[in-house]
Design a protein around this ligand. Structure first.
Ligand SMILES: [Zn+2]
Length: 320
């Protein structure tokens, strides 16, 4: 593939809930962006078919040929073997074990496919064009279906020896806590993600707690609806959000003590709750982390929102 960095990149953000595909220009601008539902429960093959469809549709709409692109990159949820294009495991994509996503897509589309972890990509996006622009050290946390992380040290993405560093959602917060989708117990993800928030509210309602959420079908109670109820003053919804924010705050305290970053950026669907979620988390950090790094670190919401992953994925390709 020619190394002309004025050409655009086709980036796909493959998450547990949705797939986003877009053309990204070298200045971070996005064109021809579209979201698709992942429907991960339909299985690996169906999701791969959807990624292929998303790529083909984006190419058709943009009227570009593969030769007119700088490259293609998939920002995928999960523990990736970047060099070999393999999703080794992914708590957000059930049943994905050692899936050679890169090779499978190359065989179908006839073009080279690059890969990056979705939260690492979002960290790069926020660092280049978002809330962390110009900073040297930052941590990105995506709180959505699961919890992912990305680490920027000295202005560069820290990927670790295998390329799978930054799994901050799977730091253990409660050693004897509930079992996480990764198999371990008491991970941040099982305590503070959107799924954890929804499950906590559903369990409380099943055991007879009083709430405005009682009017909803129990399995339709999502983190988004809980946030809305919390903002309207619903006591149960507030308690559920506070509990998740408490655990998020413990996670961020660990991050602050370990990395001493300038900023922790919280993105993902759940971060859209804003201050009702970030406020209590910040308080927890003030109480738990060492005071010097706690005072230095700003804990802020994502600036690029849902676009952080695709923008960062494309930028990471240009930087290679
Ligand atoms: Zn876990």
């Amino acid at each position: 593939m020619p190394q002309d960095k004025t050409k655009p990149v086709l980036a796909v953000d493959l998450g547990g809930t949705k797939i986003k595909a877009a053309i990204v220009l070298p200045d971070g601008k996005i064109t021809h962006s579209r979201n698709y539902l992942t429907q991960a429960k339909d299985g690996c093959q169906e999701v791969i078919n959807k990624v292929v469809f998303a790529i083909e549709e984006t190419m058709a709409k943009s009227k570009l040929e593969f030769t007119e692109l700088y490259g293609l990159i998939i920002a995928s949820a999960g523990i990736l073997d970047i060099k070999n294009g393999i999703v080794t495991a992914s708590p957000s994509l059930p049943g994905w074990n050692n899936v050679s996503l890169g090779n499978i897509l190359t065989d179908i589309l006839g073009v080279q496919i690059n890969m990056i972890n979705d939260a690492s990509a979002a960290a790069v996006g926020e660092h280049c064009f978002g809330a962390g622009k110009g900073l040297k050290n930052l941590i990105y946390l995506t709180v959505s279906t699961g919890i992912g992380g990305g680490i920027i040290i000295n202005g560069k993405l820290y990927s670790g020896i295998d390329g799978c560093a930054g799994e901050l959602g799977h730091m253990v917060i409660e050693a004897n806590g509930p079992q996480c989708n990764c198999g371990n117990y008491g991970c941040l993800e099982i305590l503070a993600s959107g799924s954890a928030i929804a499950k906590d509210a559903q369990n409380r309602i099943k055991s007879g707690a009083d709430s405005s959420l009682n009017e909803l079908r129990i399995d339709s109670i999502s983190a988004e609806k809980i946030a809305r109820a919390a903002k309207q003053g619903d006591k149960l919804a507030r308690e559920v959000v506070n509990k998740a924010a408490y655990y998020l705050g413990i996670g961020i305290s660990n991050i602050v003590n370990i990395f001493n970053p300038e900023m922790v950026i919280v993105g993902g669907g759940v971060s859209k709750m804003g201050e009702i979620f970030l406020g209590p988390a910040r308080k927890e950090v003030e109480q738990r982390a060492f005071s010097l790094p706690a005072q230095t670190t700003s804990i802020v919401s994502s600036y690029l929102g849902d676009d952080a992953g695709i923008i960062g994925a494309a930028i990471s390709l240009f930087d290679n």
